[in-house]
Design a protein around this ligand. Structure first.
Ligand code: 5GP
Length: 218
């Protein structure tokens, strides 16, 4: 009998890979590169009340909604976590995430420290969570990246600089920390983290059956 053919015997629950960093540390670039290389990884699309930037696509980068709609969703318990960042609301929708995890897909989250703390405190989500903090290589780099982000107004850039310091103070709360010196190096580090975390015993839920087969018990 060829049991390799039946991939169900290796089935595992998906994991939630969270990336946090101060704005301007290069996190979006890393997330995109990682998604392009990892077939079984999908991006969680958050809801937000902030205005859409010129290059952003509704339903792809974010689901853009107004404050009334966001509030309604929050009250109805439709978010796994949500937080206020830079005066706007951001939240992770529950249903698509639960479906993806149950089907064995891994999900990538670009959320801040407040959202990460909420997920960690959640009885179910906490077990599926792997959190990575991305540090910028130095101060200059952070500032340059923020300033060249032409879509934001001067006022927004200022607020983001102040918020960067706040976000940085939470780096020790994460499972892994990457100093983002070179994109290629950082993406490879993320792939190693993902690879190792997928092999964790408690995530390989389908192996019980497989081991029974190996032992000749079925
Ligand atoms: P931006 O406005 O630059 O797209 O995102 C601002 C910040 O909000 C980033 O730090 C990003 O990680 C965070 N963020 C985006 N979506 C969510 C979300 O669903 N929940 C939380 N808690 N933070 C989010």
């Amino acid at each position: 009998m060829n049991n390799h053919a039946n991939s169900n015997v290796y089935a595992r629950r998906g994991l939630m890979l969270v990336l946090s960093s101060p704005s301007g540390a290069g996190k979006t670039t890393l997330a995109k590169a990682l998604l392009a290389r990892e077939e079984n990884l999908r991006m969680s699309i958050s809801f937000t009340t902030r205005l859409r930037r010129a290059k952003e696509v509704d339903g792809e980068d974010y689901n853009f909604v107004n404050k009334t709609k966001f509030k309604k969703m929050a009250e109805a318990g439709e978010f796994l976590e949500y937080a206020q960042v830079f005066g706007n609301y951001y939240g992770t929708p529950k249903i698509p995430i639960e479906k993806a995890l149950a089907s064995g897909s891994d999900i990538l989250f670009d959320i801040d420290w407040q959202g990460t703390q909420q997920l960690e405190g959640d009885k179910t989500a906490g077990k599926d969570l792997v959190s990575v903090f991305i540090l910028p290589p130095d101060n200059d780099e952070l500032e340059t990246r923020l300033r060249t982000r032409a879509q934001d107004t001067d006022e927004e850039v200022k607020i983001r600089m102040a918020k960067a310091a706040d976000e940085l103070s939470h780096y020790r709360e994460y499972d892994y920390i990457i100093v983002n010196r070179y994109v290629e190096e950082s993406v490879q580090m993320l792939q190693k983290i993902l690879g190792a975390e997928r092999l964790r015993a408690n995530r390989q839920s389908g192996l019980h059956k497989f081991v029974q087969i190996l032992r000749g018990e079925t």
